[in-house]
Design a protein around this ligand. Sequence first.
Ligand code: BG6
Length: 486
Amino acid sequence: MTTPTTIVIFGGSGDLARRKLVPGLFSLYQKGRLPENARIVGYSRSEMTHTAYQEFMRGYAEQFAKTWNAAQWAEFEPKLSYVSGVFDDDAAFSRLKTHVLDGDDNLGDCLYYMSIAPRFFTSVAQQLHEHGMVQKSDAGFKRVIVEKPFGHDLASAQQLNRDLHSYLDEDQIYRIDHYLAKETVQNLMVFRFANTIFEPLWNRNFIDHVQITAAESVDVGSRAGYYDSAGVLRDMFQNHLMQLLALTAMEPPASFSADAVRNEKAKVLQSLRPMIPSRLGTQTVRAQYEGYLDADGVPAGSQTPTYAALKVYIDNWRWKDVPFYLRSGKALKTKATEIIIQFKKPPHMMFPLSKDYVISSNFLAICIQPHEGIHLRFEAKVPDTDSDMESVLMDFHYSDEFGEIIMPQAYEKLLLEALEGDATLFTRSDGIEAAWTFMDDVIKGFETDYAPRMTSYKPGSWGPDAADELLGRSRRKWRHGCAEHE
Ligand code: BG6
């Protein structure tokens, strides 16, 4: 007999479960990657029978599964069941335990997914602990996936870590950052450390600066209630942009193990030069898109930024004095996440160039989404001229190279990794606290007189002029390196 595996989704009828988690588990089933005897238990407040839950989920799976197949769903559906309860309800947790035990003496392998409001994280961990559902034993693993946001600032993240650690060991906690599960983000490590040609150049001797952009064309839509209390710094920078920065800047890990990788990432975040108040005016930009204040749920006069740009430094041997420019915003021109590595200009030009010819320096664009790929720009001689040059492109597109691969949805990957006990794609307590330590100075600084002026930008633009000035002051420009046929 193999150990049974139960996946309990707290917030089992919620938006994430409907759009991502259950479709992701279904996809794992279709690929034969879900443990054979896996069961999925939805746990939420609303009353529902097992059958009603299965039907409810079927409707969403049809819509959100990457590859819908009715016959396979019919095989998968019996794995779904449902327990109703709130998150601090003793009796409901007893019912949940009886349901998971299913007449057996031990719980087997259990993965608990907290797809719930952060204020319930600790009560769920406590209930699981008190009901003996997370105790380590030889009779199967017990792991907990914690959704974002992980804390609202440094103090609350530290408190949450302390609270969770009273019921769970660090190696049982899987903190989600879905950017880490994107294929192109995982490829960053392969690109850097499975090739020899880039790594020798990957430092302050050859790189002028780095740009990390996570632009979104959507506005806050119906999420204003949440968004206004978070703003772009908590919603995108503290997690996703900090992770992209860490993967771009880290030293080669000793191995591909979760701890080795996370040690190196944490070191980068701990080396970020603190954003002291007097630097805010010249190194940060904050803005709101025009119309944000009229969106449903946004309080009058809100000062929440929907766009920010930061110039940050990593104080270590590799990166000392190389600026990393980060920007992200809602309601921008297009959806594009990309990392630009801008190399230095050649030290000397012996070609007879015309006075107004501006030599472009090489840059590498790592296209995270949506046009997944990598582009390298370099100078080439224009044929039939003496020495005219043009900047040309060498590019790699996932779609050309790997054909019509359906990129796995990030949550599918994360669920699989957590089931397999690989925490590489999840954040560790020290990494998350280091990211908060840096971001707290910016977030709190934005509430003081040192904050840069709040500017506005037109929806559908590339953001405020102030962001161009941030680079312009050092005679640099934001690059768009990843358009489809750039
Ligand atoms: C989430 C943010 O973490 O990431 C959202 O809360 C944002 O506001 C989303 O839209 C972006 O994710 P992706 O994968 O679409 O780039």
